[in-house]
Write a protein that binds this ligand. Structure first.
Ligand SMILES: Cc1ncc(COP(=O)(O)O)c(C=O)c1O
Length: 501
């Protein structure tokens, strides 16, 4: 068992550096002007902008200090279920900053950006091979944007066949909120399908909803319980039999890499989250990259343009890459061509580095790590859908003999230097704690985390107030999260009120 030494750290109540503002102190020095001096027009001067006056060193220290408040995947274990906070290899930072990628502009003539286009073309091909789909767009900016794109494609497909009756999207109750949101934004009616006792789609409930008004089903597999649907092929067959299409939410593809291809299972369309599966850094709402793969019958509907070969090469001359317009395209989904440097170059690097064998190991280790943690926590926390999991699992944040809640357990973990797991999602698990260790963590880290969770369960019985008042070690204590979201204060410094008297 890990020996935890929890030191009480003095709380830093507020960043005090702004208090150092002193009239006339400056952090920049400009060279002597080599043009005549002119006064700024009065209309451009704002009297209500009393910014703090500081030296460069004060500003640097202020931001360094603030940066130490951040928890990141580079500073510790981050088992945030569904978000796949795996370590981001630093070589990706080098490649995405190569001058040829960094200093190109999307409006340059294609002859001058052949390297960039070759990378995008190759990435499209790799994603096709990994997923079993016939065609891929790299445009969408994130998973949710990929869903929106995919659902538009599904609707366009039905309409192109004169099938206008289809207005219903079926979505399991374990789904991520973006699934109903994307369908709702397109104006579809969302119909919830319950899960069965083993966490699969309830087949009878699905059959009862399948008719000629169904656009399709949005299915996350493995789902947000971390479980592979045991009847996935039957689920897909049922939807296809009523003329619907099946959308795969590919957020959890990291569990399947090199093992199962969603296209082979019969999915019609799926988004990839490059920022999860292929280790592109993310957090705090972005950046992301959500390419979409489609089966052959949907390829004509992809957003325009996709990268294609517009002139074949031969042994001496490389092919000429350019942009191609799919014949029945739903239109453009994003300005220019997706998140090129931030998402596509990093994902390309990650896939190239791992190769086919390496990607399979990613999935195997992600699944092994999750099952190891699940086994260590079994019996300590209730696990409502207790079977072999994939890359994550969901426990209940409840302890027998204590009234602490999932939120208290999550906050207490911060005192043990761990980022809390996702909590209160998926909605079908009471007091959910959704734990995704990822493949990049070693056994020592997993053991330290399991030991902390076990210790916290013990504390919940003996000293519940320790959990209810947690976190104790962080610069700020327990936040009122609802109020913080509703009444955003984006600036931590405001000028001192002048005493009117
Ligand atoms: C299962 C699932 N689907 C969809 C999404 C949406 O992806 P993004 O955050 O890239 O928009 C997420 C994000 O966490 C997810 O976990």
């Amino acid at each position: 068992m890990t020996e935890f030494i929890l030191q009480d750290q003095p709380k830093v109540v507020e960043p005090t550096i702004f208090g150092l503002s002193s009239p006339g102190r400056v952090g920049v020095s400009f060279p002597d002007a080599d043009v005549p001096r002119a006064e700024l027009p009065e209309s451009l001067l704002r009297a209500d902008l009393p910014l703090p006056e500081l030296a460069e060193v004060d500003v640097v220290r202020h931001y360094m200090h603030l940066s130490t408040f951040n928890y990141s995947v580079d500073s510790g274990f981050y088992p945030l279920g569904s978000c796949t906070m795996k370590y981001n290899p630093k070589i990706d930072e080098d490649t995405c900053r190569l001058p040829g990628f960094l200093y190109t502009h999307p409006l340059q003539p294609i002859e001058t950006v052949q390297g960039n286009l070759a990378l995008m073309y190759t990435l499209q091909e790799w994603l096709k091979e990994i997923s079993g789909f016939a065609a891929v767009t790299l445009q969408p900016a994130a998973g949710a944007h990929g869903e929106f794109t995919g659902v538009l494609i599904m609707r366009a497909y039905h309409k192109s066949r004169g099938d206008y009756k289809r207005t219903k999207m079926l979505i399991p109750d374990s789904a991520h909120g973006t699934n109903p949101a994307s369908s709702g934004m397109i104006g579809l009616e969302v119909v919830q399908i319950p899960s069965d006792a083993r966490g699969n789609v309830d087949l009878e409930a699905l059959k009862a909803q399948c008719d000629d008004t169904v656009v399709g089903l949005m299915l996350t597999n493995p789902n947000t319980l971390g479980l592979f649907d045991e009847h996935v092929e039957e689920v897909i067959k049922i939807v296809h039999e009523c003329g619907g299409l099946v959308y795969g939410d590919g957020a959890n593809l990291n569990a399947l890499l090199g093992i199962v291809r969603p296209g082979d299972l019969g999915f019609d369309v799926m988004h990839f989250n490059l920022h999860k599966t292929f280790a592109v850094p993310h957090g705090g709402g972005g950046p992301g990259s959500g390419p979409v793969g489609v089966a052959a019958h949907l390829a004509d509907f992809l957003p325009e343009p996709v990268v294609g070969i517009i002139e074949d090469g031969d042994e001496e001359i490389p092919p000429l890459y350019g942009f191609v317009r799919p014949p029945k395209t739903i239109g453009r989904m994003k300005a220019f061509h997706g998140h090129f440097g931030g998402g596509l170059v990093r994902a390309y690097t990650y896939i190239a580095m791992h190769g086919a064998e390496g990607l399979r190991q990613v999935a195997e280790h992600a699944v092994l790590n999750a099952n190891y943690l699940q086994a260590r926590l079994r019996g300590v926390y209730p696990i409502p859908y207790d079977r072999i999991c994939m890359h994550e699992f969901v426990a209940e944040g409840r302890i027998e003999g204590s009234d602490v809640r999932a939120l208290d357990i999550a906050k207490r973990l911060m005192d043990y230097d761990f980022h809390p797991p996702t909590n209160y999602f998926p909605l079908i698990v009471h007091e959910a704690l959704m734990i995704e260790p990822t493949e990049t963590e070693n056994k020592n880290t997993l053991d330290r985390f399991a030991d902390a969770m076990i210790k916290i369960a013990e504390e919940a019985r003996t000293q519940p107030e320790l959990l209810r008042e947690a976190p104790h070690k962080t610069p700020f204590g327990r936040m009122d999260e609802v109020r913080a979201a509703r009444e955003l204060v984006l600036c931590c410094w405001l000028p001192e009120e002048k005493d009117e008297a």
